[in-house]
Design a protein around this ligand. Structure first.
Ligand code: ZN
Length: 139
């Protein structure tokens, strides 16, 4: 039986893609694929520059490292450019983290923090999510 959870996933908010250069990758996403750039911002705490391109109800989030200690820099060094994470939009991130913690899933963020766009986000550890870095974000 599937349990009734105290929170709900609304949609896939975005797919995060690690790139060496936003400018270079935007050539593909804007000129090649015809997506429009919704905005760019730098998240200092994560040492990352972000570009967001909506696609229907979801979007692509391009992530360029701004320093060698950036998690994105380490990701690219180890695995090359590519899909970095999948973000699910939840209606209640605190409830979601509490349920997942109780079920024994490993959390990278025990508490939500402020991510790109000023919204509350938290990441689950890929070791307990079958290799996928999952971001939860609250609308
Ligand atoms: Zn993200």
């Amino acid at each position: 039986m599937i349990p009734v959870l105290p929170y709900k996933i609304n949609r896939i908010a975005h797919i995060g893609i690690a790139v060496k250069s936003l400018d270079e990758s935007l050539r593909l996403y804007q000129e090649g694929l015809g997506l429009s750039l919704h905005g760019r911002e730098t998240v200092e705490s994560d040492q990352v520059s972000v570009a967001f391109l909506p696609v229907g109800d979801t979007g692509v989030e391009l992530l360029e490292p701004t320093g060698p200690e950036s998690p994105i820099a380490r990701f690219i060094e180890k695995r090359g450019e590519g899909i970095h994470h999948v973000a699910f939009e939840v209606d209640d991130i605190v409830e979601a983290l509490s349920v997942l913690r109780d079920q024994g899933f490993r959390l990278i963020d025990e508490e939500p923090r402020i991510g790109a766009g000023g919204i509350r986000v938290a990441f689950l550890h890929p070791r307990s999510t079958h290799g996928v870095l999952i971001e939860l974000c609250e609308k």
